[in-house]
Ligand binder design. Sequence first.
Ligand SMILES: *Cc1c(COP(=O)(O)O)cnc(C)c1O
Length: 228
Amino acid sequence: MSIAERLEGVRQEIRMAAVKAGRNPDEVRLVAVSKTRPGADVIQAFRAGQTLFGENYVQEFTAKTAEVPDPVEWHFIGHLQSNKVKYIAGLVNMIHSVDRLSLAEEISRQWGRINETCNILVQVNVSGETTKSGTTSEDAINLVRAASLLPNIRVAGLMTMPPFFDDPTAARPYFAELKRLFTMIAAEEIPGVEMKELSMGMSGDFEAAIQEGATLVRIGTAIFGERG
Ligand SMILES: *Cc1c(COP(=O)(O)O)cnc(C)c1O
């Protein structure tokens, strides 16, 4: 199957999952995760109507932006070292993986240099697995509060990566927990914070994530095929 065909299939599944959950399908945006894929694959997906892409690795990402002439929107979704933030400043509209204040401070500093504001999501390690990045559920609100005071950042929501399960519905309680945190933080009405995005759900579990309220699903394999 071509990228265009896979993309169309994924779009249909997203719409069906949203309808099944009683949600408006337009509330769920697809982030096509193009990590390890060549720029040519991004261009193919763009020609098939996909405009939003997610990348994980700074060096790979900056090289790819040079290969892709089309007006695509990029989100950074991978673990980010503070000393590399300067290379992506102004190139991405959103960073999903902010898990510590020092990183938020550096993002604000680099976006400040170009007089722009970066949208960020706080990554929460809902499962508490030691191999995963993210704040604890308890610390998430403290990070949102502290980040909200930085001048060139806009906190827009939360992101999580649940443990991997063979059974796609097994991740659902982790998505429900992120939604609970999201609602709790939104209710605090922290000045400057507009909680609107819940980034959760990947190729294997996006239906469960949509049932629990995902607004951004990050899907790679189901669109581009297995990574080598
Ligand atoms: C790779 C990756 C994805 C996409 O995973 P697939 O299983 O290929 O859909 C989503 N989110 C993050 C943070 C990733 O690193």
